[in-house]
Structure formats: C-alpha cells, structure tokens
Design a protein around this ligand. Sequence first.
Ligand code: NAD
Ligand code: MG
Length: 397
Amino acid sequence: MTGMDIFTNFADLEQKKRNIAILGSTGSIGTQALEVISEQSEILAVSVLTANSNSQLLIEQAKKYQPNTVVIADESKFQEVRDALWDDDIKVFAGIDALSEVVELDEIDFVLTALVGYAGLKPTINAIKAKKQIALANKETLVVAGALITKLAEQNAVNIYPVDSEHSAIFQCLVGEFHNPIEKIYLTASGGPFRGFTKDRLLNVTPTQALKHPNWDMGAKITIDSASLMNKGLEVIEAKWLFGLKAEQIEVVVHPQSIIHSIVQFEDGSMKAQMGLPDMKLPIQYALCYPKRVKNEFKRFNFLDYPELTFESADTETFRNLELAYDALHREGNAACILNAANEVVVDAFLKEKVKFMEMPELIEKSLDKIPFIAEPTYDDYVQTDNETRSLIKELI
Ligand code: NAD
Ligand code: MG
C-alpha cells in the first residue's frame, strides 16, 4: 500500500485508546462507525463528530457519545446545535472551513472520512498534513486527487486504511505478504438492482427503483452509483492509488451474492480472497483497530445459506460508466476529477428526476471531452476543474 507500513504492531492500541474524528457521522458509514466504536470502547473513543445539515441526529449522537467537538457544515443550524449542547461541555463549530480545521486537533489519532463526495478532499488533505492516520470511506477524494493524496501521505508518513469493503478485502489479503508483488486484483461487484437489464428497460427506471440495492443499505449517492456501475468505476480508480497498480492489473467481476469481497492474484498464480456476509461494520472495525482483529458479535456466515456463489462479467456495453472510469484512469491528469464532478451533478439531477438514467453516462462523457485536460494538476487545478465541470454539466442539463 502506497506510503504505508502495513506491518505495524498493535502496541499503541494496548497503551492508549485511539481517538477518532468521524467526518459525516450522521450518514450510513458514520452511524455504523459509531456502533463499532461503542462496541470497542476499550480501545476506541469518539473525539469529533461532523454532519452536513442533519442537526437533530448530530445533537442526539453528541449527547450519547460525548465527543469533545462537533461541526455542523450548514451554518444556519449553528445556533440550534450550540444551544442544544450548551450544558454538555462540547465545543460546537459551523461552516465548511471548520470541517477542514477540526481535523488538526491534537487529540485526534484517526480521521474517518465518511462524508460523501468532493467535499472530502480539503479535510482529508488537512488531516494528512496534520499527520493523522486516515480511515478512508470517502473514495471520491482518491478519485479526484489520488496522485496528490498518496504523495502527501508518503511525505507525512500517514497510512490510508481502506474502509470500502472491496479495498478492505484486498488490504486484508495483502497483510503478511511482505514484498510479494500483486499480479492483478479482482474487484467484485454485486451488479446492483438493474443487473441483467437491457438498454431499453433502463430508459425509464426511476430513482425509487435505483435506490433499492439488493445487498447493501447505503447513502443515496453511492446507491445510485452502484446501480449505474459508476461505483465500481470509482473503486477501480481508488484501488489504483491505494495499492499502486496499473489499470491493466484491475479487473471487475460481477458476483451477485456479495460474499467474496475481492481477490488478489499473486505472481505464482495463487489467489487470495476475503469473504463474509455483506456488513460494512467489519471493514470499518478492521480499519479503526488495525492490525488487531477484535472479537465482535457480528452475524457469522453460513455456507448452507449460500449453496451457490456465482460470477459473471460486467455488462459495460449497457452500463457505460465503468468504461468511462477506465478511460479517465488511462487519460490520467485531471480526467478522474472531471469524471467525479460530472457524476456528482448527474446523480443529484437523476435523484431530482431532471435527467434520465441512461443520460448520465452521456453527460459524463461529454464533460470528459470538453473540459481542458491538465497533465499534472495542482490542488488549485483540481478545484478549478471541479468548478468548471459542474458549471458545464448544469448548462448541458
Ligand atoms: P451518506 O449520504 O449516508 O452520509 C454522508 C455523510 O456526510 C452525512 O453525515 C452527511 O451529513 C455528510 N455530508 C454530506 N455532504 C456533505 C458536505 N458537503 N459537507 C460536509 N458533510 C457532508 O453517505 P454514505 O453512504 O455513508 O457514504 C459516505 C462515503 O463512504 C461515500 O464516499 C461512499 O462512497 C463511501 N462508502 C459508503 C459505503 C456504505 O455502505 N454506505 C460503502 C463503501 C463506501
Ligand atoms: Mg465498495
């Protein structure tokens, strides 16, 4: 793993609790992370909680878990949160800048990036510069600026622990392999709610249908990404940066049962897979407690419930987003930043029924062709690319 010593011992865990800042504590990953932290309260503690605008849940979580600090990104909710937590001795900040500043607090050991989208970029950069270990759920950050993030992580000797289930699987397969090179990896994909659909059948699918994921209960944006196969595309790019791979070394295989979470193939042809029931609490716990495997009460897998595990290839002819993501990966530079920004806008528009399902890849492809290419983008270039792409897509819609 880039810039990463995956053989750290767990002496630190035995000496003191790990203090965790959760960016996006009110979301799907955030709420599950809070359950993990409270189940493992002998070694983990909550230090900071943040939310975009769900003030009620943030207040409830703060009262229950007693962090030192909370941030609400939506400034109009500041008064409400501050008043509610006045007697709890919890510091309250508001605004998007506060999110980037709070990760620098001395007491924090780990920052769990569980917020969604491009908004994760700036706080992740600041957390790395402040030498905080990163548990990364927010894949968009690596998609947008993987080159910059992995370089910063290396310079600051910060490890990036994957939370995404596929990447956690790869990571778990690599532990103990010392310097054995990876020949290739297989990322598994459930195929989402529209697996097997033809183009015609996809023309009029609705947000409600797309939000019904067969195996995982997740936030709205990633659920739409799963239905359109963009999620797998983003994960291919995420894997490239986490594990230092070339596009040709990353293959996607559809596995509808979501039991095998991903596979590493080594240079002797041996393949290692990580498997278990689909439950994000396991990869969250593994990232936060690494390298320790801590006993828990999560439901165990039973072979007889799954007499058949099946595999098929992804239909990239129908679901074009996966190809577009590989295309962005080959182009390098700011291409994946364009892909991500375009995708965030079209997903939002699809949820609001302003674009149709099959129009999403068309709009993304147009933005990849129209937004100026930058071979070696700086942070400011990423910001500009993101802005320009969003404006372009809004015009096109
Ligand atoms: P979610 O929509 O359920 O939650 C998002 C959280 O981020 C909320 O707490 C929200 O308040 C906060 N947030 C949203 N926009 C924000 C903004 N602009 N500024 C500050 N905070 C903001 O999302 P989720 O499903 O938990 O996903 C979070 C991240 O984890 C995504 O990057 C997703 O791709 C990744 N991920 C999620 C799952 C999953 O099972 N949910 C699995 C793998 C990876
Ligand atoms: Mg995943």
